[in-house]
Design a protein around this ligand. Structure first.
Ligand code: SF4
Length: 353
């Protein structure tokens, strides 16, 4: 008699969900993706080019979608409203009256972007020409012209680092790790589009974590003449023509500065997905003090929650670039495979205590 395939439910159909779904399917499991929206791919859908090689995001998105086996079941526009556990099985109820029974659950709910309007002093949602890095990326992605709200080509564009990250006032003291490189990439893209524009970057310190990221930083200065000013923005105000006045402390020169800009881009950081909190309560798993899911062991068991059968991958465990997200998803697939082979189950249960 053929043994019935073990079933894994993946909550979240972004890059981590897609990568792990395909790997788990290849390992011989039945896989179901539960996706909140009506499409797969998450935030990659609205992103234009990736760093460090400026590859089009849609190439990666298409790669992830195209290799997805058609026998993987997908629930769109779906959220989990209830989970029940009986011995080794999970029973999951969805908002659309569907339900499923599975042997393991993988959470790949990704991240949210910091709501820039919380930093009122920066003027997002108040002044027309203050936008976020996600807004700018969407303009590139949609091939829309880069103009001020008054229809003018911006002559001076200012990027503001660490918006919603490394900021005790908003309760996020962690670094989001990818917004420095995002800003540097976007600064060069603006300069390519508008060669006569002047680009200013207001930073606390530059953190170019990944391989070849530092090359982008050098290229931005040497080839595109992007100006880096070490200082945190204290206030934005609007001129009568819609341009902006930025006040900051230049911490290298040791003096306050005031500059005008036609467009301000806020490099918004990662915050935990709102589903981290609700799923942690529903599934009785832990979040860290930053609100992202807590792994069982930071060094040796990053994809296991400590609760048998429940696993985590991708940016729901903290800020990550796409490479790290996909690698984490593959790692989670192997962790789940080993769990379902019952090799480490007793060990894991013992860890939980
Ligand atoms: S990556 Fe850069 S901009 Fe983002 S939080 Fe860290 S230091 Fe700030």
């Amino acid at each position: 008699m053929m043994e019935e395939k073990k079933h894994i439910a993946i909550i979240g159909g972004g890059p981590a969900g897609l990568e792990s779904a395909e790997n788990l399917f290849d390992l011989g499991y039945k896989v179901t993706i539960i996706e909140l929206s009506d499409s797969l791919g998450g935030k990659l859908n609205n992103w234009h080019r990736l760093f460090p090689d400026r590859r089009l995001s849609k190439e990666i998105l298409n790669h992830l979608k195209n290799k997805l086996n058609r026998n993987i079941q997908i629930f769109y526009n779906s959220t989990v409203i209830k989970t029940t556990r009986k011995e080794d099985k999970f029973f999951i109820e969805l908002n659309n009256s569907s339900s499923l029974e599975c042997d393991a659950v993988l959470l790949t709910v990704g991240f949210d972007l910091f709501n820039a309007s919380i930093k009122e002093e920066y003027g997002y949602g108040i002044y027309d020409n203050v936008i976020t890095s996600a807004d700018l990326e969407y303009l590139f992605h949609a091939n829309k012209p880069l103009l001020t709200k008054q229809g003018k080509t911006p002559e001076k564009v200012a990027f503001i680092h660490c918006v919603g990250s490394r900021d005790e006032k908003v309760g996020n003291i962690y670094c989001s790790s990818v917004c420095c490189v995002t800003g540097v990439k976007q600064a060069m893209e603006v300069k390519q589009l508008l060669p006569h524009s002047e680009i200013l970057m207001f930073y606390m310190d530059i953190r170019m974590y990944g391989r070849f990221y530092e090359d982008l930083y050098l290229e931005a200065q040497e080839k595109y003449h992007v100006q880096f000013i070490r200082g945190r923005l204290s206030e934005t105000a609007e001129n009568i023509d819609g341009s902006l006045i930025l006040k900051a402390d230049d911490t290298l020169a040791g003096c306050p500065i005031k500059v005008n800009a036609d467009l301000v881009v806020l490099l918004v950081g990662y915050v935990p997905s709102k589903y981290c909190s609700s799923l942690s309560k529903m599934l009785h798993i832990k979040c860290e003090k930053d609100g992202f899911f807590a792994p069982c062991d930071t060094h040796t068991d990053r994809n296991f929650t400590g609760s048998p059968g429940i696993f985590i991958a991708g940016a729901c465990t903290g800020p990550k670039n796409l490479e790290a997200t996909l690698a984490d998803a593959r790692s989670a697939s192997i962790t789940i495979h080993k769990y379902l082979l019952h090799v480490p189950v007793l060990e894991q249960i013992n860890k939980v205590g």
